[in-house]
Design a protein around this ligand. Sequence first.
Ligand SMILES: CC(C)(COP(=O)(O)OP(=O)(O)OC[C@H]1O[C@@H](n2cnc3c(N)ncnc32)[C@H](O)[C@@H]1OP(=O)(O)O)[C@@H](O)C(=O)NCCC(=O)NCCS
Length: 324
Amino acid sequence: MPETAFHLRLRPATFEDAEMVADLQTLRDPQEPSDPVLLRYWWQMTDALEKSMRQVAEHDGAAVAYIGSQHELWEPADQRFGLLRPILRSDLWSSEGYAELVAIGENWLRLEGATTAVARVREDFQNDIEALAKIGFRENRRMRTSELDLVQRRDEILRTLTDCREEMQREGVRLLPLSKDNDPDKYQKLYAMFIESEKDIPTTVPWRVLTFPEWRRFWLENPGIREDRFWVARAGDEIVGTSVLDCPVVRGIPWTAYTGTSRSVRGRGIARALKYESMAQAIEAGYTRVRTTNDADNPSILRINNQMGYRLVAPILELHRPLG
Ligand SMILES: CC(C)(COP(=O)(O)OP(=O)(O)OC[C@H]1O[C@@H](n2cnc3c(N)ncnc32)[C@H](O)[C@@H]1OP(=O)(O)O)[C@@H](O)C(=O)NCCC(=O)NCCS
């Protein structure tokens, strides 16, 4: 009989456990290796900017089960969502064990005052999806994780980059990495553009607007993010767009962490041009593929990605359950 989480002896996870939990995550899809340095950083940021709980169970020095729960610092008017991330290694997987992990996460969320539990799970992780449905989780939204093959699409990307550069010149828009921008107010301007544009990402679960110091720490102290790979678009004195890659430190593949443009400049090809600069730079750096996750209800970014040649890896289901 498979061992359940009840027997797994979960204990609180520390930052030191990020390495073994990254290994556990990697086992789920070796094509998407989880970077322990970035995972540790995400945990640190979650603790600094939100509230969270993490538990891990290990066997023979390896993590076999993990449950993480977190929630925003809710504003009084917010509906109180909390996120769950249960993982049970496939050789020990059982619906009872998985349900036990979910229950531990949900109990913590309930004590915190959350009203809805949310789990985001790849559609091809069929066992997890079925177990969550059995517990009462229902689909609320869909995202798409997609991948761009930088080897196969190389020539096309570099050709279109030239067209984008000509178009941006005609538009009077300058694209450059943040590291080459000499404006002393560049971070404040970039922050203002982020805060405006991120409000337009389709979402059910609201997030708190970060203060400038929080935002700066979150984006610029990330070990996977470099200012020479942080593309910005300038129109006159303003920063009107960005596209930024989150690159692995120890292992894994680069991800586009964010692409956004100011509302006043949308539809002029600026986001597309930024993404082509970013992809050309990834090719130059020797990366062979890049991934991104977008909401399925975000037609403009999906159009850009489809034109670039991104291919679906897997839909992500966002499942909700009222905590009652
Ligand atoms: C997504 C976003 C970056 C696009 O910026 P943009 O500067 O308008 O993008 P571009 O002008 O380069 O290209 C947009 C493309 O989408 C198309 N588009 C716009 N609305 C569309 C719709 N409803 N359906 C289909 N295509 C649409 C445009 O026509 C254009 O394609 P085309 O040039 O082939 O005609 C911008 O809308 C934004 O900041 N949104 C909020 C942040 C966000 O959601 N980021 C992405 C996820 S992290």
